[in-house]
Design a protein around this ligand. Structure first.
Ligand code: ADP
Ligand code: ZN
Ligand code: ZN
Length: 780
């Protein structure tokens, strides 16, 4: 038998599988120790096979030892990892890192192994060193000495993967099993008190005994010595959520019932639950989850990365209690490890978490629910190289179902639902009685300029804020800064400079003083006056949350202002803290970025002001319009959640833009019908798949040479696929790194052929063997 083994490392050059001869019992998914080059390494067996080419047989080594009794990754997750590697053209390390259990293979240290002992002074010196330590933990002189012995062949290293996180064990006390009553005679009063306390409580931690009785360790120690009580270790799970949850039983309305029936009965893998904000989608998830676990299945519920909605956790914990584990980026290592082990040990059957939770090792996983499925945190990212929805669908194929929930589904998702690839369910009304959609007004900021108002707030918004503050109702001021790019716009007429070919706004590059299209690479000089109206007020667009905060404080000194953005919410818990502040009405004006657009359900918020709606509209990305529509609709949905009527004010320089119009009415289908035509016209997804190939290095010339060589290799290696390839786009230098990229569009049905072709190009061009230039492939 032979085993193909994955050894974690960060070098693309050696990121491949290595074959070893199997001697002991080993299964795929187990960790093994193998001889690797001049040392030992921990690897994971990915597959076993009976045949191996005779030619290289004598070069193979045996596996040194098997480290696990049970696989640490299941077969279906191994398959998923291999699929990701293929689909996203990434290495084994990138593909498997999100799948590996937390706390394993996280850090690799060198353990010292003495192969043979030296003589004389060297032996004496060696004996004075504690070789049970890791090499890294030795002093500098000790390290030098060990290195010398290693060069001479006396010492070898084993690369030991450290389990960084361990179960949390706490000292507990109980009455000793060999407890003899006669030992009770002659103990002090205090010791007797401790003994009786432990006996009464049966099972209590040492710290709790000491704290309850206000005593030191010494009487306990005496009792242990006399064998009256004994101490033992007990695992305590680190709980990331510590709240009391109210369970609220709701009888579902007709729409909700219909949706649930349809999702349960459909033979399609994917269902899209398209429902207004507040239409009761979460209630549908809860119900679906309960149906799945009734039958012994397991459920993953994914929520967006930023501002992980505490409500979702509250509601699932409220309904299912201890059967829910929680996984998100603000957990400590220990908490994450414990939550993961609850899943592994079958202690829970529901996980609520962010994108990485799509990989949790449930054994009878039957449903993955993705809430706010349009959210960009699920998408393919520079560092997280997989598309969460795609991975979920792949994991559930032939096994279960995927439910995508959104008020504003992505254009692609809705397209597939309309094409009947997905099962489409709709919730068209707000679930709570008496809660209506807010009233929305669009304010033309160009008029404000004409009227001499140069403040970032229009007269209309100012007035509305004044009224709400008087009534002690809360206000959200929303600013979409994410992905904010340097587009140029005219403050008099609202014109934005766009690329003539791509219909995407161009980005201003300061160093070159030119506008560049990030899609096709065309450039234009910076205009001195607006090409549309001739105004001189043409400049970069933008305003920050701090500026908004200052202005609010100036206008309404009495108002309690809370600013929520990436800068103020980095610390663990701070999102929850903000959430509590708003909930308890301790803030009047909440200023925030996308964080406030999701999941906020506060009945006292009655005004939402979108300070600069255009900010996300002209980001140079084909999804800019979609994102703007989504953000405005989502954040508008925060107003008027309950009986108090909500109001939304959208400030814009482009009131005639279709997107702003549809955002104001909140009509998703109108927006979709408009946007899908644009996608078709300019050949963007879903009509094509878009791939960016980027080259980077410190050497400008080399970057360009490789980019050209790669493109040339493409013309020889990818012949049977029709491709649309852009010009080279030179990106601005960041930290001295030169980057050049180009984009490829391909018909969706040809994506597989293109990926295969790109694999050949990577192999044949040998780019991965060049240590100076890095290749990065992004799927947009
Ligand atoms: P969504 O997830 O679509 O935003 P939620 O499930 O959070 O919607 O529901 C919005 C509000 O309506 C919540 O306060 C919820 O408790 C309430 N709700 C949901 N379903 C019903 C129902 N069938 N009857 C009454 N209230 C409901
Ligand atoms: Zn103009
Ligand atoms: Zn262009």
């Amino acid at each position: 038998m032979f085993a193909d083994i994955f050894i974690e490392n960060n070098f693309q050059k050696i990121d491949k599988l290595y074959t070893y001869i199997v001697k002991d019992d080993v299964k795929p998914g187990m960790r093994v120790l193998v001889n690797f080059g001049n040392s030992y390494r921990v690897g994971i067996v990915l597959s076993l096979h009976a045949n191996y080419s005779e030619k290289y047989l004598d070069k193979l080594k045996e596996i040194h030892s098997v480290l696990d009794d049970e696989p640490i990754i299941s077969r279906d997750l191994i398959e998923l990892g291999l699929w990701m590697k293929d689909r996203y053209l990434i290495g084994y390390s990138k593909a498997f890192s999100p799948i590996l259990p937390p706390g394993n293979l996280q850090k690799i240290k060198k353990k010292i192994i003495v192969e043979k002992y030296p003589h004389g002074k060297d032996l004496e010196k060696l004996n004075s060193i504690d070789i049970n330590k890791y090499f890294e933990d030795l002093s500098e002189t000790e390290k030098k000495f060990i290195k010398k012995l290693r060069a001479k062949g006396f010492i070898k290293y084993i690369y030991d993967s450290l389990v960084m996180v361990k179960p949390k064990l706490v000292n507990y006390l109980k009455v000793s099993e060999n407890f003899a009553p006669k030992n009770l005679e002659g103990i002090s009063e205090k010791q007797a008190q401790v003994f009786n306390f432990v006996k009464e409580k049966k099972d209590i931690s040492r710290v709790d005994v000491m704290a309850s009785l206000g005593i030191s360790y010494s009487p306990i120690k005496t009792l242990i010595k006399k064998d009256l009580i004994c101490e033992y270790k007990k695992e305590i799970k680190r709980e990331p959520v510590e709240k009391n949850f109210a369970t609220q039983k709701i009888s579902l309305n007709e729409e909700q019932q219909k949706a649930i029936k349809s999702i349960i009965e459909t033979d399609k893998v994917v269902s899209l639950l398209h429902g207004l904000t507040g239409s009761g989608k979460t209630e549908v998830y809860l119900n679906l989850a309960s149906k799945v676990i009734e039958k012994g299945g397991e459920v993953i519920v994914l929520v967006p990365e930023i501002g992980l909605t505490p409500q979702m956790i509250d509601r699932f914990k409220g309904r299912f209690g201890d059967k829910v584990a929680v996984i998100h980026s603000k957990l400590s290592q220990g908490e994450r490890y414990d939550e993961y082990r609850k899943v592994l040990n079958g202690e829970v059957n529901i996980v609520v978490g962010v994108r990485s939770a799509v990989f949790v090792p449930f054994k009878s996983l039957k449903m993955i629910i993705i809430d706010e499925s349009h959210d960009s945190s699920y998408e393919f990212h520079d560092n997280l190289k997989y598309d969460t929805i795609e991975v979920a669908i792949n994991r559930m194929k032939h096994r279960g179902k995927v439910v995508l929930g959104s008020a504003t589904p992505s254009i692609e998702t809705y397209f597939y639902a309309k094409k009947n690839f997905y099962n489409l369910c709709e919730l068209k009304n707000r679930a709570k009685k008496g809660a209506y959609l807010p009233e929305t007004k669009v304010v033309d900021m160009r008029d404000e300029l004409i009227m001499g108002n140069i403040s970032i707030f229009s007269r209309e918004l100012k007035k509305a804020m004044e009224e709400k503050l008087k009534k002690k109702e809360q206000i959200i001021l929303f600013l979409n800064r994410r992905g904010f790019s340097n587009f140029i716009s005219c403050r008099s007429c609202g014109e934005v400079i766009k690329c003539d070919d791509c219909d995407i706004s161009m980005t201003y590059h300061k160093t070159k003083n030119r506008l560049i299209c990030h899609y096709c690479g065309s450039t234009k000089p910076l205009p001195k006056v607006c090409p549309s109206c001739g105004s001189k007020f043409i400049k970069q667009f933008g305003v920050g949350t701090q500026k908004v905060e200052e202005e609010v404080k100036k206008l309404f000194p009495e108002a309690r202002v809370l600013r929520m953005d990436r800068d103020t919410t980095t610390k663990k818990d701070s999102f929850d803290k903000f959430y509590e502040i708003v909930k308890n009405r301790k803030a009047d004006v909440i200023i925030g970025t996308q964080m406030v657009s999701k999941g906020f359900d506060f009945e006292n918020v009655t005004l939402v002001g979108i300070v600069a709606a255009d900010m996300s509209l002209y980001v140079s990305d084909y999804k800019a319009k979609e994102r703007t529509f989504q953000l405005i609709t989502q954040v508008s949905g925060r107003a008027g959640r309950a009986s108090k009527k909500g109001e939304v004010i959208i400030q814009t320089y482009s009131p005639d833009s279709e997107i702003i119009k549809y955002s104001a009415t909140g009509d998703y289908v109108d927006f979709y019908d408009y946007e899908i035509e644009e996608r078709k016209l300019f050949l963007y997804p879903p009509y094509t798949k878009l791939i960016e190939i980027e080259f980077s290095s410190y050497d400008e010339k080399l970057t360009q040479i490789w980019a050209e060589r790669f493109l040339h290799q493409m013309s020889t290696d990818i012949k049977n696929v029709e491709l649309m390839v852009t010009k080279f786009i030179k990106m601005p230098k960041i930290k001295n790194i030169n980057r050049t990229k180009f984009s490829i569009k391909v018909k969706p049905k040809n994506l597989v052929l293109l990926i295969d072709g790109l694999k050949r190009v990577i192999n044949n061009s040998k780019i991965e063997e060049d240590n100076k230039v890095f290749l990065n492939i992004d799927f947009r």
